[in-house]
Ligand binder design. Structure first.
Ligand SMILES: Cc1cc2nc3c(=O)[nH]c(=O)nc-3n(C[C@H](O)[C@H](O)[C@H](O)COP(=O)(O)O)c2cc1C
Length: 356
């Protein structure tokens, strides 16, 4: 089926996935308040459109870490991606290549980094969870660089695995083996700024730190030589009761002050969401559940189709805002207001409730 709207993609994913995998994808930690707040925050920013600008040739392309992006979007790292579609990380890699965005491959998904690089050569970021000591880490990073990965990502908001009650109640354990209170996250928990310094000293490759939640840590990343600051609350799947990532973005952008690009994720499901983050100074936006939902809806071809629709939404939003180029987006095009309706993962797709 060739989707013509994103809500069809979500609907198909829901029909395809059983309760275990649906809840693993959709759910968050504890009360799921951080998860809902991501959407609530996005809904709370309104556009202030400008008129009578020539928007006959909208350009939404950009560049990140030397890689051209057809739209300012990256595929966020997703562990156990293979439960949504058997092609797993390789399928997402194919979609990223075929559409023209960058993929961050999780070390907690299959096939592994070497198989994905061999099947789909090209620029790609490797996100590594530390499950061994420094010598182990150095060895894995060296192998990843040898395999052709062009940047590394350390996820810093996963010191331990959170309590995701949907999974706990059903005793669902994803293939990665991650489980609240059970998994060995000791090495992740011991990660410090020294780890960042060590990686920067040892490897000549761009480093991304994912999970930045306050300006002070963003500033410290830049001082430590981090090449890309990634604002994230892990899609509300780790620490609960955090701010919406879109609301963290302005203070991080101010602290970073243009020295390195800023990536943000958390609740981004529609083109207008992406444009809001760009207005607030993000270089690009990470897609987590969007990627998982699209893979569940039909693997790599469905993800390409979903990205095409997202591109159309982004370009349409830009044109109707009176902006033809990404560098013309800015905070003057936004205004803070109150969200109209209760927010949740699926509230971005109101037609779902009307059974379209
Ligand atoms: C099913 C699933 C698995 C995830 N696995 C990882 C992972 O292995 N590593 C990581 O850094 N983040 C992981 N994340 C977090 C995403 O990279 C991203 O930060 C988050 O999904 C963004 O929020 P969104 O889903 O609302 O777009 C995962 C998210 C989901 C939904």
């Amino acid at each position: 089926m060739k989707f013509v709207t994103l809500h069809q993609m979500v609907k198909r994913a829901r029909e395809t996935l059983g309760a275990d995998h649906w809840d693993y994808l959709i759910g968050g930690a504890d009360t799921e308040s951080a998860l809902r707040r991501n959407r609530f925050g996005l809904d709370g920013w309104l556009f202030r459109p400008r008129i009578l600008n020539d928007v006959s040739a909208v350009d939404a392309t950009t560049e990140l870490l030397g890689c051209r992006l057809r739209i300012p979007v990256v595929l966020a790292p997703i562990g156990s991606l293979q439960v949504f579609d058997a092609a797993g990380g390789r399928g997402a890699a194919e979609a990223a290549r075929d559409f023209g965005v960058l993929q961050i491959l999780s070390s907690a998904c299959q096939p592994d980094f070497a198989a994905v690089a061999q099947a789909v050569p090209g620029p790609r970021i490797y996100q590594l969870y530390l499950t061994g000591d420094q010598a182990w880490m150095d060895d894995v990073i060296a192998q990843a660089l040898e395999a052709g990965y062009t940047a590394l990502c350390l996820t810093a908001d996963t010191q331990t695995y959170s309590r995701r009650e949907r999974d706990i109640l059903k005793r669902f354990v994803p293939p990665s083996g991650s489980q609240a209170g059970v998994s060995d996250f000791g090495h992740q928990a011991r990660m410090t700024w020294d780890t960042v310094a060590h990686v920067k000293e040892t490897f000549a490759v761009p480093l991304v730190v994912k999970g930045v939640g306050v300006a002070a840590d963003a500033a410290r990343c830049v001082e430590a030589g981090v090449d890309l600051v990634y604002v994230s609350n892990h899609g509300g799947r780790q620490l609960d009761h955090t701010r919406a990532c879109i609301d963290v973005l302005p203070e991080v952008v101010e602290a970073v002050d243009g020295r390195v690009p800023v990536l943000v994720d958390g609740g981004f499901l529609r083109g207008a969401d992406v444009v809001k983050a760009l207005c607030l100074g993000a270089t690009a936006v990470g897609l987590g559940r969007f990627e998982g939902l699209a893979m569940a809806a039909g693997g790599a071809p469905a993800l390409v189709r979903a990205l095409e629709i997202l591109e159309h939404e982004i370009r349409t939003t830009m044109a109707l805002l009176g902006v033809a180029r990404l560098d013309a987006l800015g905070p003057a095009l936004l205004e803070r207001s109150v969200a109209m309706a209760p927010a949740g993962v699926l509230s971005a797709f109101p037609l779902l409730a009307e059974d379209y």
